[in-house]
Design a protein around this ligand. Structure first.
Ligand code: NCD
Length: 334
């Protein structure tokens, strides 16, 4: 895979070699993310950070990653605040905004919209989530986290067992992660969701074609001897009505007691976040906060490393980051 100057729109673009490349560069970003050093390698470069759908960590971590490489960030948030609300096409918006930026990160509520936007863009576009379709950078940071967590347990992605729980129909993070896992060997999937929110048939077909084993169930049953428990949020914004979304809220909540009953004591708990902590949902209870296997905040930290790596590779500076090192002068507590 050639990163330099190219869009990152889907995990379908990646093979195992490309993933390893991203992970190696991500690892090299640790001293900068931890503020042991800083780099100005992207000094003068501008990221257009266009978030036409709610976001906290994806938007801020894209911006932070770019800043940590020495670049500047221009942000647009919310569909209603942009000229898209006046009927402007994605193509025109892309033509215009790509004249103001060296690279663009974009999130939009419609499947396929980021790819459509990229057709009009004169600079690389990174997909920060397009509707229920894909979320490639989240999948890469999830995979990076899985690899690190399993390494700590002396195991690897090949041969692992992952349980995916919750809204597997509309959850783009599980779609992209499942597709990436199809590049690995002998992965077992346990897919736990209400029947109406099953994983889409196209993803199941990809899992099957990869030769992986999978189980589909609508119950938390017996022991799920998974290495990874990947919990998701009911994607209420993608349901035809709130009423329908409410039916599924809280169906698969996870707390310490449920975790102990169904999982191994070393099962890693993941969630792309935000976790819905309202009482009627409480999908990942606060009583898990002190559980050392709760990896959700390690995921968010890893997101900065992975996004730094993607920017460095796409802008072709991955080998010269250290040439632009500077010391840190302020008090650091990260
Ligand atoms: C996810 C998303 O936006 O798809 N969040 C994220 O990017 N970390 C998952 C979600 O919103 O539930």
């Amino acid at each position: 895979m050639n990163f330099k100057g190219n869009h990152i729109l889907s995990v379908n673009q990646f093979d195992r070699e490309a993933i390893e490349r991203v992970f190696n560069v991500a690892h090299q970003m640790l001293p900068y993310a931890k503020r042991r050093k800083r780099t100005t390698v992207l000094e003068g470069a501008i990221l257009g950070n266009l978030f036409f759908e709610p976001s906290t960590r994806t938007r801020v971590s894209f911006g932070t990653a770019f800043n940590l490489l020495g670049g500047e960030v221009r942000e647009t948030t919310g569909l209603s605040n942009s000229a898209l609300a006046k009927g402007e096409s994605l193509y025109d918006t892309a033509r215009v905004l790509s004249g103001y930026s060296d690279i663009i990160a974009m999130r939009h509520p419609d499947s396929g919209s980021v790819a459509e936007f990229a057709e009009g863009s004169r600079v690389p576009v990174i997909n920060g989530g397009d509707g229920a379709n894909e979320h490639p950078t989240q999948a890469l940071l999830d995979l990076y986290t899985i690899q690190k967590e399993l390494q700590d347990h002396g195991s690897s992605i090949d041969g692992m067992h992952i349980a995916m729980i919750g809204d597997l129909k509309y959850g783009r993070t599980v779609h992209s992660l499942s597709k990436l896992l199809c590049l690995f060997k002998n992965v077992r999937f346990t897919l736990i969701s209400p029947k109406e929110l099953n994983m889409p048939a196209s993803i199941i077909a990809a899992i099957e074609n990869a030769g992986h084993q999978y189980t589909i169930t609508d119950q938390f049953e017996g022991s799920v001897d998974a290495d990874i428990c990947y919990q998701t949020r009911i994607q209420e914004e993608r349901f035809p009505s709130q009423h329908e979304a409410n039916q599924y809220r809280g169906k698969f909540r996870l707390n310490q007691q449920i975790y102990t009953k169904h999982f191994q004591s070393k099962t890693v708990i993941m969630h792309p976040l935000p976790r819905d902590s309202r009482a009627e949902a409480n999908e990942l209870d606060n009583d898990l906060n002190l559980n050392p296997n709760l990896a959700i905040f390690r995921q968010t930290d890893n997101g900065v490393l992975v996004r730094m790596a993607l920017f460095a590779l796409t802008l072709g500076v991955e080998d010269i980051v250290a040439q632009y090192d500077r010391d840190i002068h302020w008090h650091v507590n990260i």
